[in-house]
Design a protein around this ligand. Sequence first.
Ligand SMILES: O=C(O)CCC(=O)C(=O)O
Length: 294
Amino acid sequence: MRDVDDLPHVDLRDPDSTARILSGLTTHGITLFQGGAERNDLLCAARSLIRIRTHRDSDSDGVTPIAQRAASNGGKTSLTGFTDRELWPHTEGAAVCRPPRVLMLACLRPAQTGGRSHLVDGRDLYDGIARTEPAMLAALSKPRSAYFGGGSGNLGAIFEQTTEGRITLRLRLDELARFAPMLMPSIDRLRTLVQQQAIPVDLREGHGYILLNDRWLHGRTRFTGNRLMLRIIGDPLSTHALPSGFSPAEAPQPAPRAHRTSVDTTPLPRPPSAGGTAAPAQRWTDSTMPTPAS
Ligand SMILES: O=C(O)CCC(=O)C(=O)O
């Protein structure tokens, strides 16, 4: 497994930091940074790279403070970010049609205990599965097999191929995810792989990461203390021409016939909000969940 020292690092105060972040995003899909203890420094760095998206939970400049909020513990999964609870590695905005392509997270105040970031490279995940478990890869790439969100979520596949032949990853493994019956045998295995491949990172004050959200998953462990992170999401400026997702080590292979016939390939039925009536593959809780922004 890779560790944090294998990933590109940059200091936001360096004059060539934008170029170095871009280089890290191009080669690794991620760059870790330091020197980002001020909100304005983060905004400045973000604006040189992306068009910032504002959303339900952000301030008007697009920055979202991630801290425990007194009113955020009503059990709503889409608000778990604003508690002290663990967040499993996930894609930001997995439930929306076009998740933000880039996510930036900076630590303004570390936790007293815990709150460690967990980062998972979707390319390593994909390549590992492709090498050893092609039937599972075929299942995870099946159109209309994974639904993320509450009443109005997104129906697609965990791994999707782009028109350029690259692969994008979209995943969350909490109560706002449900999967076609054919995927269920693969989901426990996938959960194990995500856990095994998570790179732990202890972000100190002013440290953070910027990553391609259609390649990397991000999460954190539970924590104590007055932890404060700032999150910015958006899409690469067109001048940077950052392609979606990642190139797999090998072109996607069809699953061996014996495996292909052994799985139920029924696609996920339409979600109830879209008029479907079939039973969910996993506990369906949208009656208690608003449309999530994260
Ligand atoms: O608190 C963190 O470190 C990550 C927050 C997060 O994953 C989110 O808000 O989606």
